[in-house]
Design a protein around this ligand. Sequence first.
Ligand SMILES: [Fe+2]
Length: 176
Amino acid sequence: MSKRELLLTMLEETAQSFSGFQVNDRGHALQTATRACRAGADDEVVVAALFHDAAKAVCALRHGELIADMLQQHVRAEVEQVLRMHQDFTAAHLNNGRGSWRRWLHAWRPSYRLTVQFVDEWDAPSRDPSYPTEPLDFFLPTVDRVLTARYPVRQSVVQRIVRRLRRELKERIKSK
Ligand SMILES: [Fe+2]
């Protein structure tokens, strides 16, 4: 299965979850991407908006980190950070167990401003059933443009993945 298929399958899976809202998570993703697009966001940000919650289908608690790892080769570091941090920012809008103050931990990061805009202007309001939202087909050419472009793997990301794998391996060994 290609990464494109995997991402789109994950997105479709989120149609099953509503996270306590009227609009399901798939509809929420389309609405977030629509708002980003209409605000003039570039392709990488629009694709990040479309998939920002897609990893909830696999790992709800840390879906931001997972989707950041999946898209990191296709988006600039700033956008990868938006995905990685967004759960700490949404905590100001909903109870996701992280504490509404969490975004301040990231105030020093260059991606802070974009994450504030991403979450406060596009993500948080995107559970509105009456908002005129674009269908998935509208975004597919943008998805294809972004997924066919590749950045070199960033060392910090590689190190983070290795650290995580080590940690998970240790936990598995402990639990045996
Ligand atoms: Fe979201």
